[in-house]
Design a protein around this ligand. Structure first.
Ligand code: NAD
Ligand code: ZN
Length: 340
């Protein structure tokens, strides 16, 4: 999988130089249509532009139908190119539509959120939410290329930037203790984002290359996501103030670090460093003890599980992560106490 971290103008010119696509189809959402499309429109060859509604709630089969319909109306054949210009929602869903349209046509990811640049766009996981289950329907198909330009982030709301930063923190904690030492002493505003994007992409690429379809090692990328996804879904189901993905994952990383500490896999100092840093960047979420069971129940839906056993990716020292670690209801209850 080719990932280019470069100004979009040169990256797209290089990408298209040796290709002869029959047509080009650009997908944006309502925000990237406004903020990102004007920056790229004139750099692209003649194309059809299609816009979907922004937001996770639109990452559905119904939106896919609209995309497939627009592709059909634009007469895309198997030699067409789809360009997904947007965050993880556009990338996951536009990629899924391209990977399944006429059994698959070329697509490239042009991620415009920090989360999509450091995580979602790299690795070929595509899909949609279904009946309340996140990313329930999907495929593994690698894009032809990922073109990352940090300039797109200039218009991204600060809360979205913070959310994406959680995946950067995750990559440091599971793979690079030195980088963790560098970032943990700085506020988000003082971080070197360009350097961190390149760092995260390297880690994600390496892990995905070793295990493209998540049979083993790739599971380490799910650190923080067992309880994090459950917390994210719980807040969504309750109609409470929605947590962004990275905010929920940040909470999940603290809780799962507690589990690692309880299993003697990290020291108390490591746990308190992680807790202090994450709470300073994200604040603390508040969860009533009465809701612990509902959240724990949601972890049973996790795609990493086998049967009814919950299997998580748990830090095993700083910069290292174990996967397929069985965690019990009691482990999770103790960890969730952080938030009550
Ligand atoms: P998103 O795509 O919803 O983008 C967040 C918000 O920012 C949206 O409102 C969007 O319209 C807006 N936006 C995007 N770029 C902008 C820009 N440059 N300026 C102004 N506004 C902009 O969400 P996300 O956080 O990028 O991604 C979350 C999604 O990614 C989830 O659906 C998640 O499941 C998925 N994901 C996938 C993978 C994977 O491996 N495929 C990994 C992590 C997350
Ligand atoms: Zn994530």
């Amino acid at each position: 999988m080719s990932v280019q971290i470069a100004p979009f103008s040169s990256a797209i010119a290089t990408y298209l130089a040796d290709k002869s696509y029959s047509s080009v189809f650009v997908i944006t959402d309502t925000n990237t249509k406004k903020y990102c499309y004007p920056l790229v429109r004139d750099l692209l060859p003649k194309h059809v532009h299609f816009t979907i509604k922004s937001g996770e709630e639109n990452k559905t089969l119904a939106t896919c139908e609209l995309i497939w319909e627009a592709m059909t109306n634009a007469n895309l054949d198997r030699h067409a190119l789809v360009i997904n210009l947007g965050g993880g929602v556009v990338g996951d869903m536009g990629g899924f539509c391209a990977a399944t349209y006429k059994r698959g046509i070329d697509f490239i990811q042009v991620p415009t959120t920090l989360l999509a640049q450091v995580d979602a766009s790299v690795g070929g996981k595509l899909g949609i939410d279904f009946h309340g289950f996140k990313n329930h329907i999907g495929v593994f198909t690698l894009p032809q290329s990922v073109l990352i330009d940090a300039d797109f982030l200039k218009t991204l709301p600060e809360r979205e930037l913070r959310s994406g930063f959680a995946e950067v923190v995750k990559h440091c904690l599971i793979q690079d203790a030195n980088k963790w030492s560098e970032i943990k002493v700085k506020d988000l505003a003082d971080q070197n984002l360009a350097d961190l994007i390149a760092h995260s992409v390297e880690i994600k690429k390496k892990v995905v290359a070793a295990d493209p379809t998540e049979k083993g090692l790739r599971k380490i990328l799910n650190f923080g996501h067992t309880l994090g996804h459950a917390i994210e879904t719980f807040f969504l189901d309750q109609g409470k103030n929605r947590l962004l993905h990275g905010e929920a994952i940040a909470a999940g990383m603290v809780a799962e670090s507690y589990i690692a500490f309880a299993k003697n896999m990290i020291s108390e100092k490591t746990l308190s460093d992680i807790e202090e840093f994450i709470f300073s960047v994200y604040g603390n979420v508040s969860i009533s003890e009465a809701d612990f069971d509902s959240i724990i129940k949601l972890t049973l839906q996790d795609k990493k599980n086998k049967g009814t056993e919950v299997r998580a990716s748990v830090l095993n020292g700083l910069g290292s992560c174990a996967y397929d670690v069985v965690i019990t209801k009691a482990d999770m209850k103790k960890a969730l106490k952080y938030y009550s």
